[in-house]
Design a protein around this ligand. Sequence first.
Ligand code: ADP
Length: 421
Amino acid sequence: MKKIGQAIVGDYSKFHFEHRFINSMTIGIFIACSVGSANRFFIEIETLETLLTLATALVFLVMYFISRFLMKFDIAKWLTLSMSYVVLTALWLGGAGSRGPIPYSYFLLILSIVLLTAKWKKNMLIALVVVNLLLLYLVEYWYPELINNYADDIQRKNDLFFSLALNNILALLIIWHAKSNYLREKHKAQQADTLKTAFLANMSHEIRTPMNAIMGFAGLLKKDGLSNLKILKYHRIIDDNIAYLLRLIDDIVDISKIESDELTIDIQELDLDMLMKYIEDSVKPTISKEKKADVLLFYEKSGKCTVKTDKHRLSQVITNLLQNAIKYTSKGYIKFGFEKKQDDVIIYVTDTGAGIEKEHIEFIFNRFYKIDNENIGTMHRGTGIGLTIAKKIVEHLQGSIWVESVYGKGSTFYVKLPFHP
Ligand code: ADP
């Protein structure tokens, strides 16, 4: 049922609420007018009225097509709203004026205006409804002969009750649509709030730990009679913690740029083989720093390859994947490289580390998601934003990122990029 609904109205990921609303409004009016004209045909209302209702159905079917399949939301919205005025006026005059069912439909129009527009546009459109109704009243008052009338009272009752039922169903659908959207947005906002609170709490821990280390070892350096070896060691600890804090700040800046859609990408031609060698040289020292003597890190030479992409951002992604691999691997190897496919290049980073349990795999690219796993041994530093940043960058480069992992054995992260974005 949900799938059919989404096929007709469009799914949440591709269509925002207003767009889905226009889709359902146009298809709703199409169905209502088709059924309405069939009903009018059977209760033998004048052919002109029946034809008018049928023409309305067709106009809204075209609007639905423009909105749902051509994805032209703005065009469909303004066409739908302005056509609604024309169609309702024609149906009022061609129908039975204030004796017929069209006055009910004006409630639906006002409801749609309120949901789809804001500020002065909303006020202007509502003022237009008032003027429209006033003009219709004057026309009906001064030229009653212009308005069609029912053949008899039974016909009027049939038309009125049928249209009232249809209008009520449409109003119900509109309100239900708005409410379910409101509840979904509220749930999303609450979830984001909880995640943000957890992130902030974790962040304060992530900042305090290196800060304490810096302050503690800077204090120790003041002591008299320290050996050169100790001074060197304390300096290294302070440097490492400062580097960690700087990385953390970079990550925070990146995630906020991503959230506000301000991530800039600078596409240029680049030699992937050279970039990989450069990354290998710059990441290797981390292995000894993290005291991972049993871990071998190497770049699997993969031939020459030129891609058009953002060099700085791509190297940020690969470095991040390698640093994660180092963090979660205590023995074995970490290898990385790339494979050329027809129109794409697939970069991989493989480790023989802790691996990721199946239940976590679909979430690890989510914001602030981190796995606290005692089985890995030590608790690892992390804020749960590294992979989110990597995923967003790769998407900006028009590629995709995914992971294959066997818990306890290791993981391989893949990044697929087009040669020419
Ligand atoms: P963090 O900064 O916490 O590492 P990430 O977004 O980089 O955040 O990673 C999210 C989670 O994915 C981590 O908490 C970790 O449990 C898991 N993870 C990432 N890379 C690996 C890997 N190579 N091996 C095992 N687990 C990994």
